[in-house]
Design a protein around this ligand. Structure first.
Ligand code: PXP
Length: 252
């Protein structure tokens, strides 16, 4: 099977909130995340990723409910480990939930979830979500201890944080690719589905192709940015086209 694409449409809501945060019921409120989800699917998205943050800076609960009700492809619900978000996830019942660390000050999710340090609350959250039929992914740094802990806690998937890879320059890129590859190999050997995300764009995607066992990439910022020029459907189509050359089945 070819590499799957989860399109993160949070930034569509970011743009709407920039003007309409205080006028949520305005008939003028745009752009619509639901429309962006439909366009993404037409462009070839395999799943739609949304993150309702504790501070509601972009996606609102209402967006999440509408998207869950209207969208035919799986929803990947990114969430911090809080009672509020667990309750929302149990109400929405998305196909997937991705547990992420969340601090109020950050511009976007900065580091991976510390599964080793937060073993008990992470395990408890995983069990509650899985009991509701939700498959759970943990967004972690490409660190072998974090991968092991994720498998021990019974998560179905990990999403390897590609932020350091995306920000690396020169020789450091290869070092980051190797870290990701090592984490992917270990995770795969422990039965985890391996996803990756954060900072992936149309230019750096190819360097990730040296990472084996990838099932899905979650990409937001670069797709929404390109959509400003070519539209959402075309931006997603172009990314999927590039992803189609990932050497699946090529295990080492
Ligand atoms: N995966 C996770 C867990 C994220 O928090 C984000 C950012 O919201 C992404 C993927 C997408 O990152 P980007 O917007 O840089 O493509």
């Amino acid at each position: 099977m070819s590499l799957l694409l989860g399109v993160n449409i949070d930034h569509v809501a970011t743009l709407r909130q920039a003007r309409y945060a205080l006028l949520p019921d305005s008939p003028n409120a745009e752009p619509s995340p639901v429309d962006a989800a439909h366009d993404s699917i037409e462009g070839g998205a395999d799943s739609i990723t949304i993150h309702v943050r504790g501070d509601r800076r972009h996606m609102q609960d209402r967006d999440a409910k509408l998207i869950r009700a209207e969208i035919g492809v799986p929803i990947n619900f990114e969430m911090g480990i809080t009672e509020e978000m667990i309750a929302l996830a149990l109400e929405l019942r998305p196909q997937f939930a991705c547990l992420v660390p969340e601090t109020r000050e950050e511009v976007t999710t900065e580091g991976g979830l510390d599964v080793v340090g937060r073993r008990r609350e992470t395990g408890d959250c995983i069990r509650r979500l899985q009991a509701a039929g939700i498959r759970v992914s943990l967004f972690i740094d490409p660190d072998l201890d974090q991968v092991k802990a994720s498998a021990e806690l019974g998560a179905e998937m990990v999403e390897l944080h590609t932020g350091c890879f995306a920000n690396a320059e020169g020789d450091a890129v290869e070092t980051e690719v190797q870290r990701l590859a090592d984490a992917a190999r270990l995770g795969h050997s422990l039965g985890l589905q391996i996803n990756a995300g954060h900072g992936i764009n149309y230019g750096n995607l190819f360097r990730l192709f040296a990472v084996p066992h990838l099932t899905e990439l979650n990409i937001g910022h670069s797709i929404v940015s390109r959509a400003m020029r070519v539209g959402m459907m075309e931006a997603v189509r172009q990314m999927k086209q590039l992803m189609a050359t990932y050497p699946t089945g090529a295990c080492d």
